[in-house]
Design a protein around this ligand. Structure first.
Ligand SMILES: [Zn+2]
Length: 108
């Protein structure tokens, strides 16, 4: 039997994975926006600390990173999802905004 018969299915699987992982890069003013087709493709390009916390289990929750705003270099990393991109733009447009700051305060 020819070895190429074994090689073809493996190559086909590799090509289908490569086709799914793609990034679109565009600019909005001074901000570079990088939209990834999969979380896996995106997290590979994030700072190491975010790669380490991604998929980390904390009590009953698993941390999943869907986007990141690199303030120093003005780059938005995001999965191809409008809500995530808008969220990351908020980090750019409102530098003092913090997660949960819009939540109603509980009277004490
Ligand atoms: Zn955020």
């Amino acid at each position: 039997m020819s070895r190429s018969l074994i090689f073809i299915p493996v190559l086909a699987v590799f090509l289908s994975c490569a086709a799914k992982e793609r990034v679109e890069v565009f600019h909005v003013g001074e901000v570079e926006v990088r939209l990834y087709s999969t979380r896996e493709a995106m997290t590979k390009e994030l700072p190491e600390v975010l790669q380490l916390v991604d998929n980390l289990r904390v009590t009953d929750n698993v941390i999943k990173v869907f986007g990141y705003y690199d303030r120093e270099n003005k780059v938005i990393y995001s999965v191809d999802d409008a809500r995530t991109v808008i969220h990351e733009f908020r980090h750019y447009m409102e530098p003092d905004w913090r997660h949960g700051s819009e939540a109603k305060s509980i009277p004490n």
